[in-house]
Design a protein around this ligand. Sequence first.
Ligand SMILES: C[S@@+](CC[C@H](N)C(=O)[O-])C[C@H]1O[C@@H](n2cnc3c(N)ncnc32)[C@H](O)[C@@H]1O
Length: 236
Amino acid sequence: MHFERYDRIVEYYPSQWPLIVPGYLPILNAMLDVLQARGVLARDILDLGCGPGSATVAIAAACDPGCHVTLVDGSPGMLRAAELVAQRNVREAILGDFTLPDVRERVFGADRYDLVLASFALHHIPDHDKQQAIEAAAASLVRGGLLILADEIATDRPAGWDVVERVRARAIANHLGAGRIHPGFWALETSLSAELHLPFSPARIDDLTSWMARAGLAVGCPLVHFGAALLLGVKR
Ligand SMILES: C[S@@+](CC[C@H](N)C(=O)[O-])C[C@H]1O[C@@H](n2cnc3c(N)ncnc32)[C@H](O)[C@@H]1O
């Protein structure tokens, strides 16, 4: 898998992603709500497909000030941006594709983390790779540890009605019309050549739930927002 698409948009990502994915900010905010309701400060964190560290930043208030985060991303620019925001709390910043065995070996390991974040990071990879990543994440959690999986999800089309796609397209059109979407970002995203496109392969919520449960996690899905979902898995 190549990551140039994400490398190109690092500087725009934090301000622009919430405008093109309507569920993104509500779900990031909900991650913090969930962790604060849980009442346990996270100490050893894995941020898988960290991008510019957005999920780590979103939950920072629910982490121990001395916590350590392992950052993983295939895009060098994204990883650098995440390192800059997480600074002294970075345990390791790992550049590479987490579906590949050598990267998996560095990232995962028994009882390594009390919190794993996989935030909008699995929807480009095939389902069997998603399942493998979920299994590896679950195996890397300590007992009682939490997997927070947020992502794009496959949506239903009642009677062929693509309601989610239409709602999302209208939201983007409104942001474009109001000048909220940065022209530089839009030019980069719309000029992406065919070979730089990444597959869009969201899974169904019931498949994600089932893979998490089979990996030994007690699963809940507290939030679904127009094509994006937040799933929680607690290691039994
Ligand atoms: C939509 S962004 C999500 C970033 C961040 N986690 C967030 O919540 O905003 C997806 C990120 O996952 C990374 N990514 C996707 N698949 C990956 C893989 N197989 N290995 C490593 N990084 C991956 C991309 O490079 C990109 O930075």
